[in-house]
Design a protein around this ligand. Structure first.
Ligand code: 5GP
Length: 113
């Protein structure tokens, strides 16, 4: 069961602030509070899914496509990382160290990783 008591849900509700770089109907993107590299942005689903597995299983084909198009758009156009390159990742579950149980993708770049 999705639990609304998580930090990304509060950011989506504007209950706590975030350094936003992009927003549309399926996602919001903002800088990670504890960056792992020079540019570290999180693309957070507006749909309430706990992780990648739930997102893939429960979101519509249209939502799935638009979400990953948004990840690409944020990395390539908003952050301008297309030429230099970047990494995307999503942590799922305990062994991956997933900290926030609300589906999101990390964009990492801005330096050699
Ligand atoms: P996860 O391990 O769940 O894939 O990643 C969660 C990420 O969210 C971490 O990189 C962590 O630094 C980031 N994070 C946690 N709390 C906040 C917050 O309040 N604001 C922002 N901008 N990022 C956060």
């Amino acid at each position: 069961m999705y639990d609304k008591n998580n930090v990304f849900y509060k950011i989506l509700q504007s209950e706590i602030p975030a350094k936003k770089v992009f927003e549309n109907d399926v996602a919001i993107a903002f800088y990670d509070i504890n960056p792992m590299c020079k540019i570290h942005v999180l693309v957070v689903s507006k749909g309430l899914y706990r992780n990648f597995e739930e997102f893939v299983r429960l979101s519509s084909a249209e939502e799935t496509k638009k979400f990953f198009e948004t990840v690409s758009q944020v990395a390539e156009e908003v952050l301008g990382l297309g030429k230099s390159g970047y990494r995307i990742l999503t942590n799922t579950g305990h062994d991956a160290g997933q900290e926030v149980e609300h589906f999101h993708v990390h964009i990492l770049g801005g330096e050699r990783l």
